[in-house]
Design a binder for this molecule. Structure first.
Ligand code: SAH
Length: 341
């Protein structure tokens, strides 16, 4: 069976016409509760340590400064979930191939063209880690990629890897805030955010910046951690759910979470087109158990002990991610759209 058959039919919404091709049950699932996404996101109580912009940025930078080389030693240059599926020719134990597959599946979901005249040429990698996606995408399309991260250690390492791989003319990385990107409007034909959205304290500003730097007709891809969509009767998550997410926030320097439906609503409010979203949680299920197994090896344990407190705290939170997925609270979401021409 081809992989595509296993991927759930995307939830497809054309924001310009408000035309929906969702089946009724799927639409009900995606529909937002009465409070609009923006109001709900603004209404969430700020958390003194993580929602304060400066403290949060510093925490994120230090967390990745401290943990990135350990991650790279064990897992390589992609700091995102692997995409695993039963039909795959990729072995479940080949995590690096699964992480590359995540990039491929995201591009495929967003229908990014490989045709010479249509393929992306200018790409921004928002929350670039050590630049694994940028280098991969640059090679695949021959594109120029600019990456931003809050971590100086990551930016430096990403540039060093690009130089070592002969890509210094094609890709470059700098320290910058995704909420205030150092780029003029309309620069990029592919805007890529792979597992950085969960760190953004202001989701509206985040998606507005993605849309601002996108060129007319550009594709925007957001792959991110979300909480489950709320039922129409719910105003917020349940108390136990909030408590579990808070623990994860404290370990990984995350502000308040939002749902996939919140993202869709935000993108609609910015008049973006061809909005699609899907829950890929089932395809990433083997990931955290694998990370825990790798941390429990001799190499993993010794490296972890030498890495620093933030990284160790992060390691202790890994079972919480598994619990969140198992209890259907955490969703691994892809949301894509196109900026109008
Ligand atoms: N996309 C990369 C890394 C994911 S880790 C990959 O797939 O390998 C999360 C990344 O988001 C880190 O590089 C972190 O520095 C970055 N990040 C988090 N908040 C950010 C912000 N406000 N501005 C820029 N980068 C941010």
């Amino acid at each position: 069976m081809k992989t595509a058959c296993l991927i759930p039919t995307p939830l497809l919404i054309n924001s310009r016409t408000c035309h929906t091709i969702l089946s009724p049950p799927a639409w009900r699932q995606l529909r937002s509760p009465p409070l609009s996404a923006t109001k709900r996101l603004l209404a969430r109580a700020p958390n003194a340590t993580t929602n304060d912009g400066r403290l949060l940025r510093e925490g994120i930078a230090e967390f990745y400064d401290e943990s990135s080389s350990l991650w790279e030693d064990i897992w390589g240059d992609h700091m995102h979930h692997g995409f695993y599926s039963p039909d795959s020719s990729v072995s479940v134990s080949d995590h690096r191939a699964s992480q590359v597959r995540m990039i491929e599946e995201a591009l495929r979901f967003a229908a990014v063209s490989e045709e010479p005249t249509e393929k992306p040429q200018r790409v921004v990698d928002v929350g670039c880690g050590i630049g694994g996606s940028s280098r991969y995408i640059s090679r695949k399309f021959g594109a120029k990629c600019l990456g931003i991260t809050l971590s100086p250690v990551q930016a430096q390492r990403a540039n060093a890897l690009a130089a070592a791989q002969g890509l210094a003319d094609q890709v470059s990385f700098q320290v910058a805030d995704a909420l205030e990107q150092p780029f003029p409007d309309g620069q990029f034909d592919l805007v890529w955010s792979m597992e950085s959205g969960e760190h953004m304290p202001n989701k509206r500003k985040f998606v507005s910046e993605l849309a601002r730097v996108a060129a007319p007709g550009a594709t925007i891809i957001i792959v991110t951690w979300c909480h489950r969509d709320l039922a129409p009767s719910e105003q917020s998550l349940q108390q136990w759910e909030k408590e579990l997410l808070n623990k994860i926030c404290n370990a990984y320097f995350l502000p308040a979470w939002c749902s996939t439906a919140d993202y869709v609503e935000l993108l609609q409010s910015l008049s973006l087109q061809d909005i699609k979203a899907a829950d890929w949680s089932q395809y990433v299920a083997p990931f955290w158990p694998a990370v825990i197994r790798s941390a429990l090896t001799w190499n993993g344990l010794t490296s972890l002990l030498c890495s620093g407190l933030k990284t160790i705290k992060g390691a202790f939170a890994m079972p919480l991610m598994i619990e969140g997925y198992k209890k259907d609270l955490i969703k691994f979401s892809i949301i894509t759209c196109r900026k109008p021409q």
